[in-house]
Design a binder for this molecule. Structure first.
Ligand code: SF4
Ligand code: SF4
Length: 99
């Protein structure tokens, strides 16, 4: 599953550098994947790009962003439920391109 940052985010920025997939962006900042730039998913809060979040599968035992968030506002995204196998496949496909 990909994770989701809720509107309880206080924009502290602690999560962004912890993400091994560079899936986290500051609100209003465009996200990039494989050399392509995309419009921000949120303009107000830090956000996670579902196509880039592997729930840290392949890197760590637990989601690193959740571990550092001081207000526990990072949750499972109900719109992006994936199995561990699907997440590992996503990680491996990301390994082949520029995150
Ligand atoms: Fe990045 Fe891991 Fe958080 Fe997903 S769960 S956004 S891969 S730190
Ligand atoms: Fe927002 Fe939590 Fe990330 Fe801080 S660590 S920017 S509060 S999601």
């Amino acid at each position: 599953m990909a994770l989701l940052i809720t509107d309880e985010c206080i924009n502290c920025g602690a999560c962004e550098p912890e993400c091994p997939n560079t899936a986290i962006y500051e609100g209003g900042i465009p996200w990039t994947l494989n050399g392509q730039t995309h419009n921000p998913i949120s303009n107000d809060f830090f956000y996670i790009v579902p196509d880039k979040c592997t729930e840290c599968v392949g890197f760590h035992d637990e989601p690193q962003c959740q571990a550092v968030c001081p207000v526990d506002c990072i949750i499972v995204d109900p719109a992006h439920i994936e199995t561990k196998e699907e997440l590992l496949a996503k990680k491996e496909s990301l390994d082949l391109i520029a995150r």
